[in-house]
Design a protein around this ligand. Structure first.
Ligand SMILES: [Ca+2]
Length: 111
């Protein structure tokens, strides 16, 4: 399923991986997760995402986009994103990433 929203970090990931390698890139994802998460819950929630989305350079995200991102990424139905759910979502948001490079197959274990 493709997202209709034109988030500019979609095209950004492959070049990040090229620059840092897959491992460095996962580290960046995890850093991103920590920036966005609710520190008390250890999860990304609607509120934490809304409050911190400017850190991703997506401060023009509307409420509907935030809800959509949470719905898309939430695999266990608790309404928030765990670190693993966040990583998986980020990879799904970047279709070019999936075909790009042999290291990517190890990524789920990295998250
Ligand atoms: Ca969840």
């Amino acid at each position: 399923m493709e997202l209709e929203y034109g988030w500019h970090f979609q095209d950004y990931f492959p070049s990040m991986i090229a620059r840092m390698g897959a491992e460095g890139f996962i580290g960046e994802l995890i850093n991103g997760f920590r920036l966005l998460m609710d520190v008390n819950k250890g999860l990304i929630t609607f509120e934490s995402l809304k409050m911190n989305s400017f850190l991703l350079g997506v401060d023009n995200m509307g409420d509907d986009e935030i809800v959509y991102m949470l719905m898309e990424g939430d695999l266990d139905g608790d309404g928030a994103l765990s670190q693993m759910e966040f990583c998986i979502l980020m990879f799904r948001l970047s279709p070019g990433l999936m075909m790009d490079g042999p290291n990517i197959t190890n990524i789920n274990g990295g998250c």
